[in-house]
Design a protein around this ligand. Structure first.
Ligand code: PXL
Length: 282
């Protein structure tokens, strides 16, 4: 049997409302990946759709945790960062990558900070420039279109988009550091929604689409990023992994909207994990 792959997920713990670590850990586990976590902050709920949530920033704990791991020479096949607890954590994630990347490690950076043209609650205007620095050091970045525009200093526009616009965005993102890019929230009409994936090595942009389900659901970016990474660690190519992540995320959104779940509790990704595992077999 081949050695089991391992990953480090660096996101917040939102105790209630599925997103970040409560999504990344189970999805990566379902993909067969040994997943370690480094929580960036602990919140009583996520910040979308709830008020009065608690917020404990864990910035001070990141280096001591990493120092301990360094004594064990701990290395990871992937380091996946998402929602950070403070702007200072950008440099800490860069340090984690430096210290704990195994040979061939995939550093996947989801520059979680905004959606629908707006920064999330609590994010300073200076955050996008810092996230851009982190994305520059990534192997793969997976922003949504709002995050892409903020990092590039461009004005956000609602979709649908033209192919020229999307391909321009993807190239400008990749030029940040010669990185692979998976851009989410891509739509050329009001029927299909999906992602564009790009590897500067082969210069080709691939698209994955699913039927658009109207409505907004918090945490779907984390479902997508986790499913993407799980598939990559299972040996899929970037475009195959993007296709799997689009299918799984779309099915999860459909099941969530069809369920009785309160939407701010996040995507019912548990119900569709068997489908994800089926997709990984293909
Ligand atoms: O899904 C992104 C995310 C992660 N963590 C927290 C959030 C959000 C989005 O708002 O609030 C705490």
């Amino acid at each position: 049997m081949k050695k089991q792959k391992n990953a480090l997920a660096v996101h917040d713990i939102s105790c209630v409302g599925r997103c970040s670590l409560t999504v990344a850990l189970p999805i990566l586990s379902a993909a067969g990946i040994e997943t370690s976590v480094l929580p960036t902050a602990v919140l009583s709920t996520h910040t979308g759709g709830f008020t009065g949530y608690t917020y404990r920033d864990l910035t001070e704990d990141v280096l001591p945790i990493s120092d301990h791991w360094a004594t064990m020479d701990l290395k990871f096949d992937a380091i996946y960062s998402g929602y950070l607890g403070s702007i200072e954590q950008v440099d800490l994630v860069l340090e984690l990558i430096k210290r704990h990347a195994a040979d061939g490690c995939i550093a996947l950076v989801d520059p979680v900070m905004a959606d629908n043209g707006k920064l999330y609650a609590g994010f300073a205007e200076s955050f996008p420039a810092e996230m851009k620095r982190l994305c520059a050091a990534s192997d793969i970045m997976c922003p949504n279109i709002t995050e892409a525009c903020l990092m590039l200093g461009e004005e956000y526009k609602d979709g649908p988009y033209t192919k020229e616009y999307i391909e321009g965005l993807v190239h400008r993102l990749s030029d940040i550091g010669g990185n692979r890019v998976v851009l989410t929230g891509v739509c050329f009409d009001d029927k299909l929604l999906g992602a564009a994936s790009y590897d500067p090595k082969d210069g080709k942009i691939d698209y994955s689409f699913g039927e658009w389900i109207p409505g907004y659901l918090h945490g779907t970016g984390d479902v997508f990023g986790s499913a993407l990474l799980g598939a990559l660690l299972r040996g899929k190519t970037l475009s195959e992994a993007s296709e799997i992540a689009v299918k799984y995320t779309r099915e999860t959104i459909a099941v969530t909207f069809a369920s009785e779940t309160e939407l701010r509790m996040g995507p019912c990704f548990e119900l569709t994990l068997p489908y994800y595992m089926e997709l990984l077999k293909g």
